[in-house]
Design a protein around this ligand. Structure first.
Ligand code: NAD
Length: 480
């Protein structure tokens, strides 16, 4: 099958209900081979200010909607996204460089994220507080209500430009807030297209505003604006740390990276897990925050697993992202690919064995697998965010759990054994935001609570959980 032609498009920003351009044009190109795909505009300081003012009006309009009305708005957005699914998938491929099949998967998940947000809007509720259960509570009764915060800033990364944005925009609107969204400067297209869709769905003016530009300039200005009540950020720990330091007493959620691990016990279901491990290691060229980076495999099955895993990695078809049969395409840019290549070379220089892959051509790195890697090498203990997997052998489960817990990250981990007792005990001991039993750590559905410990972040996403972060709990207490 051939590669469909690429026609260059132009995407202004959305502020209030206005499409806004600045003289500062930013070209967007296909990460795979640099083909120009679009032009967007970098915001200047006045544009960001205008977006915040528009969002303040939008916040009032959103707070005035009933929960039912917010839910219906989100449902309409979901229906429109379903209608335009293929357009969105193509945009995601063009900006992020992931394969068209992966992009379709992202758009399908994005519909689930909005659906779960519509559901969260309907179910946002407080409770009756049993005041008379306190010695001084006689004659009092109380309820809690959840109120919107106002303007929420969403700052998002390049790897899931649509779905991770919707994990912020969906719950923010469900909770009655407005949003100023700054997508990654590498991948702003699907967000700008989403803005058009929000208007078509009937979002009030200023409910959803998209400003584009770099993190250092536009991102920083947004973060430092005191009119913004909350920052919800997904990205790297370096930037997350800076945002946390800059926001003082304002609310922040941080969804950051990891070097995720799976533990494969001797009795695990290898026939199921082998293709899952290959997929989890190399999907999106390893650029998933819960990509499988470290596999701890019991010594009794290590040889069998290693041979079959390497064969699986070699069988992946690396190629152009718009080609239907491609399994894995490029990284986001050449600099990212060079970093991955240099980490692999460094590990090999210290005695690691490269079992397959690792060669680089431009922004493409062949799916790599390493073993016998010193534990302090970057390929093991930093976030690779590239197509590389490290295989470790262990003999005692406690040692594997200890190795996983030694990570500076803690997003999700997998433990694979049919023995319920061992699985449950391991799940209790693993210091991560989510334990996936009998599957890879990359498993996620969009309604589940999702977030990390340690450098992986603070706060939880998943619309039902995110609306709690994006609302203020108010107590109303009566006497008499
Ligand atoms: P990044 O941190 O470089 O950028 C993320 C966003 O922050 C971008 O929009 C960027 O412009 C902005 N930004 C950069 N500097 C800023 C600053 N000083 N102030 C405000 N905003 C700033 O991340 P990336 O390279 O786009 O994405 C990869 C990272 O995202 C990886 O670490 C990955 O693990 C993480 N990630 C985490 C999750 C999760 O849910 N935990 C999901 C996807 C990606």
């Amino acid at each position: 099958m051939g590669i469909p032609a690429i026609k260059k498009q132009n995407f202004p920003m959305l502020i209030g209900n206005d499409w806004v351009q600045t003289p500062r044009i930013r070209p967007i190109s296909l990460p795979y081979d640099g083909t120009p795909v679009a032009e967007v505009y970098d915001a200047d300081a006045a544009t960001v200010d205008r977006a915040v003012v528009a969002a303040q009006k939008g916040a009032k309009a959103m707070a005035a909607l009933t929960q039912y009305e917010r839910s219906e708005l989100l449902q309409r957005m979901k229906d429109l996204l379903e209608r335009d699914a293929e357009d969105f998938a193509r945009l995601v491929t063009l900006e992020a460089g992931k394969t068209i099949r992966e992009a379709r998967g992202e758009v399908a998940r994005s519909q689930q994220t909005i659906a779960a947000s519509a559901d969260a809007a309907r179910h946002l509720q407080g409770e009756v507080v049993p005041m008379e259960a306190a010695p001084t509570g006689r004659g009092r009764w109380a309820i809690t209500v959840r109120e919107p915060l106002g303007v929420i800033a969403a700052i998002t990364p390049f790897n899931f430009p649509l779905n991770l944005a919707l994990h912020k925009i969906g719950p923010a609107l469900a909770a009655g807030n407005s949003v100023v969204h700054k997508p990654s400067e590498n991948t702003p297209l699907s967000a700008l297209r989403l803005a058009r869709l929000a208007i078509e769905a009937g979002a009030p003016a200023g409910a959803y505003n998209v400003v584009t530009g770099t993190g250092e300039e536009t991102g920083r200005q947004i973060v430092n604006d005191p009119r913004i009540a909350m920052i919800t950020f997904t990205g790297s720990p370096e930037v997350g740390r800076e945002i946390r330091a800059a926001t003082g007493l304002r609310r922040v959620t941080l969804e950051m990276g990891s070097n995720s691990s799976v533990i494969l016990e001797p009795d695990c279901d290898l026939d199921f897990l082998l293709p899952r491990c290959v997929l989890a290691g190399y999907a999106l060229a390893g650029q998933v925050c819960i990509s499988l980076q470290n596999i701890y495999v019991h010594e009794s099955i290590a040889e069998d697993f290693t041979g079959r895993f390497v064969a699986g990695a070699r069988a992946l078809k690396v190629g152009h992202p718009l080609e239907e049969t491609t399994d894995m395409a490029s990284l986001i840019n050449e600099a990212a690919a060079e970093r991955v290549e240099s980490w692999i070379k460094h590990a090999v220089s210290r005695g690691a064995r490269l079992l397959t892959g690792g060669t680089r051509r431009g922004a493409i790195v062949e799916p790599a697998a390493l073993t016998d890697v010193p534990a302090d090498e970057d390929v093991c203990c930093k976030e690779a965010f590239g197509p590389l997997v490290v295989l470790h052998r262990y003999s005692r489960l406690e040692d594997a759990i200890e190795a996983v817990n030694a990570s500076q990250y803690g997003l999700q981990a997998g433990i694979c054994t049919p023995d319920i007792g061992r699985a449950f005990e391991s799940a209790r001991k693993l210091h991560v935001g989510g334990v996936i039993v009998n599957d890879v750590p990359a498993f996620r559905v969009d309604l589940m609570p999702y977030g990390g410990t340690k450098l992986s972040g603070m706060g939880r996403e998943g619309p039902r959980y995110a609306v709690e972060e994006m609302t203020e709990l108010k107590l109303i207490c009566w006497r008499g």
